[in-house]
Design a protein. Structure first.
Length: 444
């Protein structure tokens, strides 16, 4: 007999920890035998129970070896349905956020601010997909007063699915740019996919959208859906903004001045680099104001957040200052990183850029445009790493490639940088996660 969602939920109330990896089985947990590209965790179900799991949720009757093995039609669907059911029992604000760039940093900033007043749960690490979101929802308990749920996607309909699970009461799209073009089917597909969050919010007038009033694309997307409950923020002194702000200083770390609707003005110094992070900070300040936090609580949250996830992270070595931004990369984030590097005040500036993945048919054009953008920046040296950048070298042959080096692989770059070390420089390192550019850090 198949186990229903309600039956699973009654067991979950007594076994609230979910395990999906037999190497990390928590005692008395529920083990969900998820399938991967190269494994079927049904085959590990008995091992999970032997390691201490209270029950194993499986979808292959061949492995139903007793009452501790719970048979369902599909393990992933069962996990998602369980999380959806759990969410329906909760009566707390849930802030859902997505976007092409900045969503993880924004999520961390929002959490840093709100946690000064509320017991807040936020997505851990990068658990923002069809598995990570349900696992996150299932960690919310009765002590939590608020949740901040990051939702990532690389194809259409994914945000819609995640919204059906997380059921956000409030939502934020950080921006819409050129990422996962292959999966989304171009930039219009990205707009449609990210816009699924707005589609969900429009279903109820009680749901709130936080919108950057400086972003024409987001304004267009929001107005096209006629969202009823919108809270604006931005850099411009727009009277509709709940919060407005501007940069005071961008020398390594950002310092900004922000205002609320009472025209009160506050200064705050962050531990983030890159002018592009101003929008992310303002989003967190806006949400803090919306939920009634005072200026001191908000500023303490912003000032206290220190990035540790290779996103806009400053690292000081014996001879260099590194801007570590190699968690991910796409044309939109590359452009703003290059523009920021152009503005950085330093005696010697170096850009190291690695290939961008999942560009599909647009790969050649987008890599060429990034090369051209980098060549126009006021920096002393440029290094491009990867087969996609290298294959476009001939396309920019008419450009003055002085102080510019192309390496086919990261391994080639490591050899080259060991032979020609860089010292006394400010160095931007940015590329897609698959390039593993963290291997370069020890060279500086």
């Amino acid at each position: 007999m198949k186990t229903t969602t309600e039956q699973l939920y009654q067991l979950f109330l007594h076994h609230t920890v979910i395990s999906t990896d037999t190497r990390k089985i928590a005692p008395d947990s529920l083990f969900f035998a998820l399938k991967g590209d190269r494994f079927d965790a049904n085959t590990f179900a008995q091992k999970a129970v032997e390691a201490g799991a209270a029950y194993a949720v499986i979808d292959n009757p061949e492995y139903a070896l007793g009452e501790k093995f719970l048979l369902v039609d599909d393990v992933l669907t069962a996990l998602q349905d369980l999380a959806r059911h759990h969410r329906q029992q909760l009566n707390i604000p849930v802030i859902g956020l997505t976007g092409t760039n900045g969503k993880t940093t924004t999520k961390e900033l929002i959490n840093a601010v709100l946690s000064h007043r509320f017991k807040t749960l936020a997505t851990q690490g990068n658990l923002n997909n069809h598995i990570g979101v349900p696992l996150t929802i299932l960690t919310i308990d009765s002590s939590h007063q608020m949740a901040v749920i990051e939702m990532g996607a690389n194809h259409q309909k994914e945000i819609a699915l995640l919204c059906s699970i997380a059921q956000p009461t409030h939502g934020l799209i950080t921006n819409v740019g050129k990422a996962h073009l292959e999966g989304f089917g171009g930039i219009e597909g990205v707009k449609k996919g990210k816009g699924e969050l707005y589609d969900y919010l429009r279903q109820s007038e009680s749901k709130v959208a936080f919108v950057n009033s400086d972003d024409a694309t987001l304004l267009e997307m929001q107005k096209a859906r006629d969202l009823k409950n919108v809270v604006y923020y931005g850099k411009n002194a727009n009277p509709d903004n709940l919060v407005s702000g501007r940069l005071l200083d961008n020398s390594t770390f950002l310092t900004l001045k922000w205002n609320d609707r009472k025209s009160s003005s506050y200064n705050v110094k962050s531990q983030l680099t890159g002018s592009y992070n101003l929008d992310n900070i303002l989003a967190a300040i806006c949400i803090g104001c919306f939920f009634g936090l005072n200026c001191d609580e908000i500023n303490q949250g912003i000032e206290g957040y220190q990035p540790k996830n290779n996103r806009s992270q400053i690292m000081q070595t014996a001879t260099n200052t590194l801007i570590c931004d190699f968690y991910n990369a796409n044309p939109s984030s590359m452009f703003v990183a290059i523009e920021n590097m152009d503005k950085v005040q330093a005696t010697h500036k170096v850009m190291i850029l690695g290939d961008m993945f999942e560009m599909g048919a647009e790969s050649a054009v987008e890599h060429t445009s990034v090369i051209q953008k980098a060549m126009s920046a006021q920096v002393d040296e440029r290094i491009f790493i990867g087969k996609d950048f290298s294959s476009q070298q001939s396309e920019v042959q008419n450009t003055n490639l002085i102080n510019t080096t192309f390496y086919l692989t990261a391994e080639d770059a490591i050899i080259g940088l060991k032979t020609n070390p860089i010292t006394n420089a400010t160095i931007l390192i940015k590329g897609s996660r698959g390039m593993a550019l963290e291997r370069l850090v020890e060279l500086f």
